[in-house]
Ligand binder design. Sequence first.
Ligand code: MLT
Length: 397
Amino acid sequence: MKINENFLNLKDSYLFATVGKKTTAFKNAHPDKDVIRLSIGDVTLPLAPIVIDAMHAAVEELAHRESFKGYGPDQYCYGYEKLIESIKGSYSRKGVELKSSEVFISDGAKSDLGNILDLFSSDNTVLIPDPVYPAYLDVNVMAGRKVIFADATAANGFLPMPDENVHADIIYLCSPNNPTGAVYTREQLKQWVDYANRRDALILFDAAYEYFVNDSHLCRSIFEVEGARTCAVEICSYSKTAGFTGVRCGYTVVPEELMRGGTSLNRLWARRQSTKFNGVSYVTQMGAAAVFTEEGEKQIRENLGYYRKNAEMISACLDELGIWYTGGKNSPYIWMQCPDGMDSWEFFDYLLENANVVGTPGSGFGRNGEGFFRLTAFGSEENTREACRRIKQLLKK
Ligand code: MLT
């Protein structure tokens, strides 16, 4: 038998696994140190009370023969109508109308970002911004696809734009961006949409951080842009919006008009999902369905406000130190320049050893991330305050 040799082209371990391993090694060597993790974007606040109530009620339903549920409804690939309706409601408030058949429930954005590639030939060329969420690159390397990069640098505000001289079939965009926190304007997204429609390319739009967008003139969904329904799939998650990193739930929108190779991608995705996926648990779906209710939105916005304050705290700390950074405004990530010309991993070690604070090296997100460093606002307020105090003490001149 032969293995998929493309796996041999991957780096030894996934970025956050490497960060985790280094952190654990440091903790084992220094058990007395209080290490603060502001690295992986993992939430720390508990689920909103309305979500907990909905999950409890769902568990109770499963406890009785009359209300018990087995597999989810196959009409929408095991997504419950209640959840799909609430997602449609959230889109409707952004001015985007969706059909139920266009919303697919998943166990999170990361799975769908990789799984959707089942639909496309491995001959396609993939365009990935650099730096960006590392899973986009790894899932394509695993499939042996040709990957090219769109440079995101301080010069273009970390928001690369389409290049007419470059041919791409699949384009990954993430806005608000992980890791840089940069957010495309409507006009910029329109240029990407026009480019993709002209070239018969497909945009995979990762909107996992859309609930962090504060400025009303910025888009929260690619479908707010005219023309996107014929060239884009949007992938979204409850992880950062509602603290579901451990619960696992997301959704992917595949418009019915979206055709490639003369075939409906909506139909192909439905076929793929009904074959390879048996849906998300009933309890999880009912918890998620509570998120976009009126009360649910109020409660999750309180949690998002808490993380936003952490982002402000980190930004103020860097302002005081005179360190250049982006993000932190419409995003839970702060993307800072490493001080004193250190490279990303050098600064990672320096900060871990001297302030016992863990962040994510920018170079792990791509070549253009070298010399940068990402801090997350998803920690607790106390830890964020303490981390800022230590960073200030360490880096003040
Ligand atoms: C991150 O830290 O970039 C994210 O938490 C990773 C993820 O969402 O999988």
